[in-house]
Design a protein around this ligand. Structure first.
Ligand code: HEC
Length: 182
């Protein structure tokens, strides 16, 4: 004989189990969803101290190098005949470029290489070859001072050749001391 009362007795238990598993699934879904406060991904990469003098120096020099790139680009493009000659603009950009280059070394303080700050592309070799790095910075400084001087005294025509030759100083320092992105 089959006892049907057993089946009906089990029904309430099945309902309880259904609720139990629903809760389980909800907790599982919530657990898998990344909350905005989840910092585990950030904690895995080496922490960058954004309050440090080194971090401030990196932000400064990267911004300054953008200024240098913009102003030297303008001066060089005019010298190469890619944009129209504008004496006033040439003289101003040559002057701005020279002033910006004057600050370049200020941004390279000790302990601010890519080894400690992954947001920087500065090689640690800069500080182990400091005199050579300084020489490369000074070569650019000499070149921008010359362009500026010639622009002030003889105008665009006098400064054109020196302006065309500026660019070699960028690569001369980037090759040994700037870490490539790839
Ligand atoms: C004395 C060395 C030196 C000279 C000279 C130099 N650079 Fe650089 N440049 C660097 C280094 C080192 C970096 C990487 C800096 C960092 O990320 O901390 C860099 C980075 C840059 C960047 C990227 C900045 C950013 O937003 O991260 C630009 C643009 C740049 N240089 C342009 C120039 C141009 C243009 C010239 C020449 C007119 C020049 N540089 C001359 C060393 C130099």
């Amino acid at each position: 004989m089959i006892d049907f009362s057993l089946l009906t007795d089990r029904e309430p238990i099945m309902i309880h189990l259904k609720y139990f598993f629903s809760f389980f699934i909800i907790f599982f879904i919530v657990g898998c969803t990344e909350s905005p406060n989840d910092t585990s991904a950030i904690e895995e990469s080496p922490a960058i101290d954004t309050d440090s003098p080194e971090y401030a120096a990196i932000v400064f020099r990267q911004a300054l190098l953008q200024v240098i790139a913009y102003k030297s680009g303008s001066v060089r493009n005019m010298a190469d005949g890619e944009i129209a000659i504008d004496e006033e603009k040439f003289a101003k950009d040559a002057n701005d470029l020279d002033a910006a280059v004057n600050m370049l070394v200020d941004g390279f303080i000790e302990g601010s290489s890519r080894d400690s700050y992954p947001n920087s592309f500065a090689s640690p070799d800069i500080w182990s070859n400091w005199d050579d790095f300084l020489e490369k910075a000074n070569n650019l400084k000499t070149a921008t001072a010359e362009v500026n001087q010639l622009a002030m005294t003889g105008g665009f025509v006098a400064a054109q050749t020196a302006a065309q030759e500026l660019g070699s100083n960028c690569g001369a320092c980037h090759r040994p001391y700037r870490i490539r992105n790839d």
